[in-house]
Unconditional design. Structure first.
Length: 316
């Protein structure tokens, strides 16, 4: 993949633009000014950035207080710590209280691979999508990151934005309009649907191209909103054939689980969930971990072929 981009640049540029237009926007961080790409925000609006230090529970509580005062806080930190350490505050201070806070989970998934399981953020979607009133979004490229950030700022309620530091290609046109709760079909097809989000969307598109040589014309759907999930998109895909979900997350409780809940209730069809098994991933580079778990275009292709064969033999 050429022309790769870091979504944190789009995040930073858009946040500064939003703050320039709306004085209510503030940032709360946990000593993550550099890794969250907040240096320009700090330079432009030093009085609107609160560095709570390595105290994620306090950080979320501070943000809830600022929201109660009429501000719109964006809370930035590594997703593994922002969600894991502060989960009770996210549940009570944000979800239960419906606080207008935007959580920005940076460097999610397997991006911190060399730092091991303590820094892998592969449970965050399972945790956050279980919290009532919390919107959960996973962006796939810089265009979607910017559009989702604007949508989150305009939305009155708590939002969790899952952002990666892994370079990705641009997948959406410049005029792309993000809508919370709406999936985007990036490739048409029939008989099989690949559903992905985040860094896996580009890989799913590459896999779909590989599958053409196998006579499989897979559709690719970007399921960027995990909560609320686009139920119509799932049901339409199930009506066409089996569904393969692909995610940089544990298969326990993530995108695959969310899609399966709709499938089993509304339109049963054969599914396969490709992601990290319900285990602690080993320590190693992100590239090694993607290869290890088959989260590559070739790995997705192989999983898709097996799913199509299983579907054909079952007579579903």
């Amino acid at each position: 993949m050429s022309d790769l981009h870091d979504c944190r640049k789009a995040f930073s540029d858009t946040l500064v633009a939003l703050a320039s237009a709306d004085p209510r926007i503030v940032v709360v961080a946990n000593d993550s000014i550099g890794s969250s790409n907040l240096k320009e925000f700090k330079r432009r609006f030093p009085e609107r950035l609160v560095n709570a230090g390595i105290a994620e529970q306090n950080m979320v509580g501070i943000a809830a207080g600022l929201a109660n005062g009429g501000l719109i806080p964006f809370v930035c930190g590594a997703s593994c710590f922002l969600t894991g350490r502060a989960l009770e505050q996210v549940k009570v201070d944000l979800g239960y209280s419906r606080s207008n806070v935007k959580l920005c989970g940076m460097s999610s998934g397997l991006a911190y691979g060399e730092l091991g399981p303590t820094h892998h953020s592969i449970e965050d979607l399972a945790w956050t999508r279980a919290i009532a009133n919390l919107t959960v979004i996973v962006t796939a490229d810089p265009v979607e990151t910017a559009a989702a950030l604007r949508a989150a700022a305009a939305y009155d309620g708590p939002v969790f934005l899952r952002l990666s530091r892994m370079p990705v290609p641009v997948l959406h046109p410049a005029e792309y309009e993000f809508e919370i709760g709406r999936a985007t079909r990036l490739r048409s097809g029939s008989g099989l649907t690949l559903m992905a989000n985040g860094t896996m969307v580009a890989r799913a598109l590459e896999a779909a191209s590989l599958l053409e040589a196998d006579g499989i014309h897979a559709a690719v759907v970007n399921m960027s909103t995990v909560r609320p999930l686009d139920r119509r998109a799932v049901i339409d895909a199930a009506a066409s054939g089996p569904i393969l979900t692909v995610e940089e997350h544990t298969v326990a409780g993530g995108l695959g689980g969310a899609v399966a809940e709709v499938v089993v209730e509304s339109h049963p069809v054969r599914m396969k969930m490709l992601g990290v098994p319900a285990e602690f991933a080993p320590t190693g580079s992100a590239a090694f971990l993607f290869e290890h778990y088959g989260l590559t275009p070739e790995g997705i292709r192989q999983a898709a072929i097996q799913l199509v064969e299983d579907h054909a033999h079952s007579g579903d």
